[in-house]
Design a protein around this ligand. Sequence first.
Ligand SMILES: Nc1ncnc2c1ncn2[C@@H]1O[C@H](COP(=O)(O)OP(=O)(O)O)[C@@H](O)[C@H]1O
Ligand SMILES: [Mg+2]
Length: 258
Amino acid sequence: MSEVSVTKDVAPAADALVVLSKVNKHFGALHVLQDIDLTIARGEVVVVIGPSGSGKSTLCRTINRLETTDSGSITIDGKPLPQEGRELARLRADVGMVFQSFNLFAHKTVLENVVLGQVKVRRKDRKEAEATARALLDRVGVGAQADKYPAQLSGGQQQRVAIARALAMDPKVMLFDEPTSALDPEMINEVLEVMQQLARDGMTMVVVTHEMGFARSAANRVVFMADGRIVEEAQPDQFFNNPRSDRAKDFLSKILHH
Ligand SMILES: Nc1ncnc2c1ncn2[C@@H]1O[C@H](COP(=O)(O)OP(=O)(O)O)[C@@H](O)[C@H]1O
Ligand SMILES: [Mg+2]
C-alpha cells in the first residue's frame, strides 16, 4: 500500500485546510525539509513524531512562515502563503502556534497577553477583546489568574495561557511544537487535557509531541518524520501496532521500551 493512498483515506482533499506541496527547505548544506507533501483536513488532528533533528519544528515554522521555504507551495484554506507584508500578517494570524517555551510577554498581565493580539492584529475593540480573553482563560482553567504576571504562574498554567492567547486570534489551525516538553511531569496532563478538549471541539491541529498516549487517543493521523522526510503516515492504531518502515520501528522501540 502506498503512503499517498493512506493520506487520502484519512484526509479527503475536498476538505483540505492546510496543503503543503513538494516543500523543500535548506539550512546551508542541510536539506532539512525534503519534498514534503502533507494535506491536513478541516477538523483533523495530526500528530508529528520523529527523532530529534528530523525537521518537525522547521515544518511547523514553515506553515506559519516563521521560516521561508526554498521551493514548493503552502496554502491555508485555499490561499497561498504570501512572502511578506500585511497579507502575511493576516494569514499568519489564521495559524495559532504554541511553543515548548511559553513565550508570554513577561511584563504584561495574563489578561493583557490574551487581549493584545486581538486588538493589534484583529482590530477588535478592547471591551470585546477582554471579554473574549476572560472566556478563553476560563475555558483553559486559568480564569482566576487573569490579573497576575506570567512569572507568578506554574509552567502548566503559563502554557494554558499561551493556548488561550493563540485561540484568541480565532485561528483556523493550531500548531503545537512539543508543548509539554518543558513542563514538570505533574503539569503535563493539565495541558494535554486542554488540547484533548480542543480536538474534541473540532479544532484543526498539528501537534509535535513525544506524548504517545495523546497521539493514540487524540490523533486522526500520525506523521512520522526522519531526516527531513515524511517516512510514514497512518492512523494511530496502525502506526503504533504495525509500523511499516524500519525507521519507525526503530524509533518506536526506543521510545516505548526505555
Ligand atoms: N535556524 C537554523 N539554522 C541552521 N540549522 C537549523 C536551524 N534550525 C534548525 N536547524 C537544523 O535543522 C535540523 C532540523 O531541526 P528541527 O526542525 O528543529 O528538528 P526537530 O524539531 O525534529 O528536532 C536540525 O539538524 C537542526 O540543527
Ligand atoms: Mg523541534
